[in-house]
Design a protein around this ligand. Structure first.
Ligand SMILES: [Zn+2]
Ligand SMILES: [Zn+2]
Length: 411
């Protein structure tokens, strides 16, 4: 989307940061992408002016360029421009060449060296007020650069990425399609919170867990004020009113208090049903499949002594069926039974760099190739051990205990 505006960028999905590369991209970004917070825009430009890296050196590039562009408001020779700006002729020429290549200045030639002496002059070719340069070192911002203040909350149909940089103090959040409230400074925090509460899982592609649906379902049923996006938007409207003097802080705090009391009353009234529904969801979230022995639920468990996870039958101790599990990656059920061994459930295993569906049965023929690979690897290592550093013999050195292979719970 941004590339159509001439902005070369990369979105770091992990950090929710947008990296804009190349100088011209930065300018396009500053000019074309609305940033409603003038304070943030000013700060951004200040940082860029001070720290912009050019040829591995920090140079106040934008400020210097703006001075040159101002000096060329009437046609002037490069020498004259350099003199006005207070830089050497060589440096001045270098800047002018760059501005010329970017079509920000125009070259005018007077004379032909035969009859009249040839003089090359440079004149500004862009509207400085409409450019990002207008912001440099100035407090007043050209009206066309303060763009698109969000006046109302609305649905924006957009299937592409949305670069939410509308970090306006007046209207911090807006609603995207499907009523998802997005705000850039809180988004990362929200995701982190959702992850830590296990409402979502996955790293690159995030998926909601059973418990997330259960929380929403339960709240919608018992306390729908909380799930209604109206609550947030009404609060924001009230905040705005405080900001522009149409409402008082006391009144808004008072009405928020009343609203929260209503929410708490509703939640307390329905405490039992909510906790029952959430518990049910938490248990089903851990169910990874059906026990081949007695059709009980196979539930995610942790071994008390080692802390290692495995699948165990919910009918323990009557049924002692267990399956070992890989210890890394997040697990989710697939509701599929392995078509090869026709016995064990298939679970989805996903990590930051992998995503696969595996049969949990270690004796399943589907694991033969993998087992052979592991055995080959071990054999290769045994035949060709990696060099070990030679340590000087010491009297006190004790032989290191050898690692015993991890026990695998039996089926
Ligand atoms: Zn069982
Ligand atoms: Zn299998």
């Amino acid at each position: 989307m941004l590339i159509h505006l001439g902005i070369v960028s990369r979105l770091d999905e992990k950090q929710h940061k947008l990296y804009v590369s190349q100088r011209q991209s930065l300018f396009n970004f500053l000019e074309k992408v609305p940033i409603t917070s003038t304070y943030k825009k000013e700060r951004l430009i200040q940082v860029l002016s001070k720290n912009y890296l050019y040829n591995k050196a920090k140079k106040p590039f934008f400020i210097m360029e703006k001075d040159i562009l101002l000096a060329s408001s009437v046609p002037r020779s490069s020498e004259k421009i350099s003199q006005i700006v207070g830089i050497s002729k060589t440096v001045g020429r270098r800047y002018i060449r760059r501005l010329l290549a970017e079509k920000k200045v125009k070259k005018l030639v007077d004379g032909n060296n035969k009859d009249v002496q040839r003089i090359v002059k440079y004149v500004i070719n862009i509207d400085l007020v409409k450019s990002a340069y207008a912001l440099l070192g100035e407090h007043a911002i050209a009206p066309n650069l303060v763009t698109k203040k969000i006046k109302a909350i609305e649905d924006i149909p957009n299937s592409e990425f949305v670069y939410d940089i509308t970090n306006s103090a007046e209207r911090p959040a807006f609603i995207l399609q499907n009523n998802v409230v997005v705000h850039n400074s809180t988004r990362h925090e929200i995701l982190q919170k959702l992850l830590s509460r296990k409402y979502i899982s996955g790293i690159k592609s995030i998926e909601p867990n059973q418990i997330a649906f259960a929380v929403i379902d339960s709240l919608e049923k018992h306390c729908n004020i909380v799930t209604d996006p109206k609550m947030t938007s009404e609060l924001e409207i009230e905040m705005d009113e405080v900001a522009n003097g149409k409402n008082t802080k006391q009144k808004v705090v008072g009405s928020s208090r009343t609203m929260l009391h209503t929410v708490l009353d509703q939640l307390l009234q329905n405490k039992l049903s909510i906790s029952f529904e959430l518990k049910k969801a938490l248990t089903t979230q851990d169910v990874m499949g059906i026990c081949p022995n007695d059709q009980g639920n196979l539930v995610l468990r942790k071994a008390g002594a080692t802390g290692k996870r495995f699948l165990g039958c919910a009918n323990f101790p009557t049924c002692r069926t267990t399956f070992p599990l890989p210890q890394k990656g997040s697990l989710s059920p697939t509701n599929k039974t392995c078509s090869i061994c026709q016995k064990a459930p298939i679970v989805k295993l996903s990590g930051s760099k992998f995503k696969m569906e595996i049969c949990v049965n270690m004796d399943c023929p589907s694991k033969d190739a993998w087992k052979k690979e592991q055995a080959d690897k071990a054999a290769r290592l045994a035949a060709n051990p990696p060099p070990t550093p030679v340590s000087p013999p010491s009297l006190s050195s004790k032989p290191k205990p050898t690692k015993t292979p991890k026990p695998i719970p039996k089926v």
